[in-house]
Design a protein around this ligand. Structure first.
Ligand SMILES: NC(=O)c1ccc[n+]([C@@H]2O[C@H](COP(=O)([O-])OP(=O)(O)OC[C@H]3O[C@@H](n4cnc5c(N)ncnc54)[C@H](O)[C@@H]3O)[C@@H](O)[C@H]2O)c1
Length: 370
């Protein structure tokens, strides 16, 4: 007997909410019943495409007896209030990264989910990619020995989309800044090694927005109770781009190179195994092509049709995990929901507290820009 689909509401009908909603509409185990956006036309357009009823009122989602899971894809500064309301209304919540942009809110969201016995799943999509999941399974089952170090990097030149000015992604007060907005690799470090107990950071070279490229370089080191260390590199001004992750233990190390869509296992400097990031050739090719292209943030003016194949495939894997959490009580999205945000905020605090007054001002801006 086939189980009936899980009924979901999508909050935010912009670029990524549309990507999630379209993937959900195509997923046999999910059914979109409500689409909520403060922009009624955007909600109606997306609902027409994916099914469900459009609304501009979050309270309608809270009141709906049908909705089991709410998927929140609104601007980052709105996540905390919306997620708390939805959890309190008894909904399971999937929220896009970053969980929130404030440390107190992050802790409160985790506590509220536990109090209401609801799932709080964060859209840390890289965890769900088959090649990365396999690396995590190997590391957590001891196949690399005792874990010693992790390294994550996302460094490239980021361009502001043409013609976009007053946009939340360009305002650190709403986005949380690059450090939080693009915390995917920081999350991988925490997912593999746990919650850090020490965070050190420096940031530099902020460039003003509107120069076509922007705006910051962040270097963060993390210490873990186990004795392991982490190193995170994030740049929006790196012409020699790099995008990857490495986890190393006493017996072996695994390196994920998102630019080539390959994962390699090393022992003593020799490659002893290798596999792809995705199971499907076309998705691997799409990731390689995307990594070679000019990097810009997607704007709400982009048609979701521009969602690259690798991203659509990644979102499908992510939704499989969401369904697995709800149906089977297991998956990779619920672990350490707040760790990356708390580490990112601690890194920003370190930058502010150790920089001179002029640089501290600049680095606050440098935290923003996206
Ligand atoms: N996982 C990923 O790779 C990835 C990629 C892109 C974006 N995201 C995340 O997705 C979220 C949305 O980003 P986006 O690119 O879709 O932005 P966007 O600007 O395209 O869309 C945001 C939408 O939220 C709506 N909105 C604003 N205020 C609202 C409110 N109070 N109630 C309901 N709707 C409201 C806007 O009208 C807009 O339609 C962000 O948290 C972002 O970090 C994740």
């Amino acid at each position: 007997m086939t189980a009936r689909p899980l009924r979901i509401a999508v909050i935010g009908a912009g670029f990524f909410g549309s990507t999630l909603a379209r993937a959900a509409a195509d997923h046999a185990a999910l059914e979109v019943v409500l689409v909520c956006d403060r922009d009624g036309e955007a909600a109606a357009r997306l609902a027409k495409d994916v099914g469900g009823t459009p609304t501009t009122d979050l309270a309608e989602v809270e009141r709906s007896a049908e909705v089991e899971l709410a998927m929140v894809a609104t601007p980052n500064h709105l996540h905390a209030e919306q997620v708390m309301r939805l959890l309190q209304a008894g909904k399971h919540v999937f929220v896009e990264k970053p969980l929130t942009i404030d440390a107190e809110d992050a802790r409160a969201m985790v506590v509220t989910a536990a109090e209401h016995q609801r799932l709080l799943l964060v859209g840390h999509v890289l965890r769900t990619l088959p090649g990365v999941k396999r690396a995590h399974a190997m590391a957590s089952s001891g196949q690399l020995g005792q874990l010693l170090e992790a390294y994550g990097v996302r460094s490239r030149v980021v361009h502001v989309p043409d013609g976009v000015t007053d946009w939340w992604k360009l305002d650190s007060a709403r986005s949380g800044g690059e450090m939080l907005h693009e915390l995917h690799e920081l999350d991988l470090i925490c997912w593999f090694l746990g919650e850090p107990d020490r965070v050190e950071a420096v940031a530099g070279a902020p460039l003003p927005l509107g120069t076509g490229s922007a705006d910051t370089v962040h270097l963060t080191t993390l210490g873990f109770r186990s004795g392991a260390v982490g190193h995170h590199e994030l740049s929006t001004s790196a012409h020699a781009s790099a995008w990857g992750f490495r986890i190393g233990g006493t017996e072996a190390a695994i390196e994920v190179d998102f630019k080539t869509s390959r994962v390699r296992r090393f022992e003593d400097g020799r490659v002893t195994d290798s596999w792809d990031v995705f199971d499907a050739t076309a998705a691997n090719e799409s990731l390689r092509e995307s990594a070679e292209k000019r990097q810009a943030y997607h704007s709400h003016n982009d048609a979701a049709a521009t969602t690259p194949l690798w991203m659509a495939t990644a979102v499908r894997h992510e939704l499989d995990e969401v369904v697995s959490h709800l149906r089977e009580g297991a998956g990779v999205l619920a672990d350490l929901p707040a760790a990356a945000v708390l580490a990112g905020l601690a890194a920003l605090d370190r930058v502010r507290s150790t920089a001179g007054p002029a640089q501290a001002d600049a680095t606050v801006d440098a935290g923003g820009g996206r």
